[in-house]
Design a protein around this ligand. Sequence first.
Ligand SMILES: Cc1cc2nc3c(=O)[nH]c(=O)nc-3n(C[C@H](O)[C@H](O)[C@H](O)COP(=O)(O)O)c2cc1C
Ligand SMILES: Cc1ncc(COP(=O)(O)O)c(C=O)c1O
Length: 293
Amino acid sequence: MRTVALSDTVSRESAGAGAAIEAVVIERSTAASSSADPFMTVQPVSKGHARAKTDKTCNVRIIVPFSLCRRRRSPVKGARRESEFGSMMDKTTLTFGEIALPADPFAAFGIWLRDAEASEPNDPNAMSLATVDSDGLPDVRMVLLKGFDRRGFVFYTNFESRKGEEIRATRKAALNFHWKSLHRQIRIRGDVEIVSDEEADAYYASRARESRIGAWASLQSRPLENRETLERRVEDLGSQYGEGPIPRPPVWSGFRVVPREIEFWHDGAFRLHDRYRLTRTGADDWTASRLYP
Ligand SMILES: Cc1cc2nc3c(=O)[nH]c(=O)nc-3n(C[C@H](O)[C@H](O)[C@H](O)COP(=O)(O)O)c2cc1C
Ligand SMILES: Cc1ncc(COP(=O)(O)O)c(C=O)c1O
């Protein structure tokens, strides 16, 4: 496997033992050499989690086919302008002015997430998560994307929180990424699966010890009498577990949003934005349509 990296990532890595941050490495996927499938995954970086956060670096690792590792804002090789097709769009390319993306939603998402990691000052993997309650009343809050591949987009939470209850009842959710520095938005809608216990255990184990205790201590979304009560719970659980292993709370796990639709939006002058909606038409078949802004 050959490793390629963004130039700033290389310098962080080569900063050596004293470097305070984890590198975000973009690696060639083994799948890329054997198949044209633009498979990609995001994996949590297991070490230096807390440091990565303080250093404003997204703690995800993107594995992306080498063929898709392009410089920011450079057009996809061979991309043609939409006008060359009359009113028809090139079915393999989404064009946003000078920017072009493959019309594969996961490949395109990976490229924009990577761009966001290079430009956003904080949490480029932050996304809003929309759910509805049993009355159809919507709710929305931020969560962090902790992985994605062709199966969907994964985040972790307390399953007895409001969002947890709502998702378990409806098995549907929507996500929104807005990267202000890039003037870009990605909207995702779909069905929701629960990640496997092995996947959740692996992610939980990668978290800072304090965050693992916090997952036990926080009865997320339920009324809390005062701050001291929470702090006492954290202290008691800390003494209970000592320096030993901390199991994953049974109510803390991951949801995977399996997309039916993914929309890519790029800001345009005078609100004449570019929008493409990619809609699932089969197990892994997608159709793209340009939308009025
Ligand atoms: C940037 C950001 C990222 C967050 N990430 C998560 C997350 O990944 N999981 C989580 O449970 N809560 C996360 N939160 C807290 C949630 O926004 C929310 O307050 C909490 O999950 C309770 O939501 P609920 O009552 O709707 O279930 C995050 C908050 C912010 C501002
Ligand atoms: C309550 C809560 N749980 C989970 C997360 C996910 O992030 P991490 O696993 O990096 O702590 C966050 C992030 O802000 C959070 O606030």
